[in-house]
Ligand binder design. Structure first.
Ligand code: SAM
Length: 333
C-alpha cells in the first residue's frame, strides 16, 4: 500500500533508510570508540519483527533503498537470516549492508543470492596498522572475505576513513588495490562525530587533496554524474584498472542539499541528520498495542518534516570537539 512520499520542509524527498541493527561491534576503531563505551541494554534493542514493521511503513512512503549497519550488523545473532527475509519481503528495494567484513565469510554465498550490496570498511592494507586502528588482528580475514565476495559476484564498495598521519602514506597501495579489484574504493573524510574520539582538524585528510594526489600517481577519468554537486561520492575510473576510486567529503563539501536519508537506531530512535543529536522515539509507539500503523506513520512524517540542513549545524558548532556527541557506532554509520 503506497501512501504520500516522505518529504521534509526543505522540499527534500526522503527515500533512503539506514537501519542500525546493533550498537555492538567486535572492533574498537580508534576514531569510533569513545571512552565510556556503554551499550544499549538488550530489551531496548528493536526486535527483527519491529524493524520489519518500520521498513514496511517506510517503503509504503516511498523509501526504495535500505542500508543495514551498526555497530557491526553481523555480530547480531540471526542477522544473515534477517537479511534473507528482508530481501524476500522487499524485492523491489535496493538492500545494502555496511560491515567490517570480519564475520561474513560463512554467509557469502547466501548474501550473493539475496543481491545485497556490501560496503566494507577497511582503513589500511597493512596488517599491523589494522591491528593498531581496530584493536584486533583480523586483516587477513577481511582481505580474504573481500576476495570471497568478489568471487561470488557481490557488488562491493570498500571505504576507508581518510586520516592524515594514519593512512595518508598508503595512497599508492590503495590505488593499486582499486586497479586490481573490480570494486569502488572510497575515502571518507574523518568526521567530527562522537565525544572522546580522536577527531581534530589536523587529522582530516581533505578530499580535494586526496584527488590531487591521486592525479599525480594515476591516470583517472571522472565518472560522469559524480561531480561535486551530484551526491556524496566523487568517483574516478582508473585507466587500465578493474575498479574505481573516489572520495566522499562530508567535512569539506557537505551534500546536505541532496540528503535523502533517515536513520533508525538499534533502540528505535529516528535520526534525521548525522550531525544532530535530536531524536524522535519510535520504540514506545512500536511497543504500544493500542497504537497502530497510523501513529507510527505520523511520527515518521513529523520527524522527516523537520530534517535539518546539517551543514548549518556543522558550521555553528565547528571546533576541535565532536559535533554530534553520540559515537558513530551507536548511531549507525
Ligand atoms: N561495523 C560496520 C563497519 O565497520 O562498516 C558498520 C558501522 S561503522 C560505524 C560505519 C562506518 O562509519 C565505517 O566505515 C567507519 O569507518 C565509519 N566511521 C566511524 N566513525 C567515523 C568518523 N568519525 N568519521 C568518518 N567515518 C567514520
Amino acid at each position: 500500500m503506497q501512501s504520500d512520499v516522505l518529504q521534509d520542509n526543505h522540499g527534500r524527498r526522503v527515500s533512503y533508510l539506514r537501519v542500525s541493527v546493533t550498537d555492538r561491534c567486535n572492533l574498537r576503531c580508534t576514531y569510533c570508540v569513545s571512552q565510556d563505551m556503554k551499550f544499549i541494554p538488550h530489551p531496548t534493542i528493536l526486535r527483527y519483527e519491529e524493524i520489519m514493521r518500520v521498513m514496511d511503513l517506510a517503503v509504503s512512503m516511498g523509501v526504495d533503498k535500505i542500508r543495514f549497519t551498526g555497530g557491526e550488523p553481523f555480530v547480531r545473532k540471526g542477522f544473515a537470516d534477517f537479511l534473507v527475509k528482508a530481501a524476500e519481503q522487499f524485492p523491489d528495494v535496493e538492500l545494502c549492508a555496511t560491515t567490517n567484513a570480519t564475520r561474513i565469510g560463512e554467509h557469502v554465498d547466501r548474501l550473493a543470492e539475496t543481491g545485497v550490496r556490501l560496503n566494507i570498511s577497511l582503513d589500511t592494507l597493512q596488517r599491523e596498522k589494522y591491528r593498531k586502528i581496530t584493536g584486533r588482528d583480523m586483516f587477513p580475514e577481511v582481505r580474504a572475505n573481500i576476495d570471497r565476495c568478489l568471487a561470488a559476484g557481490i557488488t562491493l564498495k570498500v571505504n576507508a576513513v581518510a586520516m592524515g598521519h594514519v593512512n595518508s602514506d598508503e595512497l599508492a597501495d590503495f590505488v593499486t588495490f582499486a586497479k586490481e579489484n573490480p570494486l569502488d574504493f572510497r575515502f571518507i573524510e574523518f568526521m567530527p562525530i562522537g565525544d572522546g574520539t580522536r577527531w581534530s582538524r589536523d587529522s582530516v585528510w581533505v578530499a580535494d587533496d586526496i584527488i590531487k594526489e591521486i592525479n599525480e600517481i594515476a591516470v583517472v577519468e571522472p565518472v560522469v554524474g559524480s561531480g561535486r554537486n551530484a551526491g556524496p561520492a566523487r568517483m574516478f575510473n582508473l585507466v587500465e584498472g578493474k575498479g574505481r576510486i573516489g572520495v566522499i567529503s562530508p567535512y569539506s563539501n557537505h551534500f546536505c542539499g541532496t540528503c535523502n536519508r533517515l536513520r533508525l537506531t538499534s533502540d528505535g530512535d529516528l535520526r534525521t541528520c548525522l550531525f544532530s543529536d535530536r531524536v524522535f522515539r519510535l520504540r514506545p509507539a512500536l511497543r504500544n498495542p493500542r497504537l497502530g500503523r497510523e501513529a507510527l506513520e505520523r511520527i515518521i512524517r513529523a520527524a522527516t518534516a523537520v530534517k535539518p540542513i546539517g551543514h548549518r549545524l556543522l558550521e555553528a558548532m565547528h571546533g576541535d570537539e565532536g559535533v554530534c556527541h553520540t559515537r558513530m557506532s551507536a548511531i549507525g554509520g
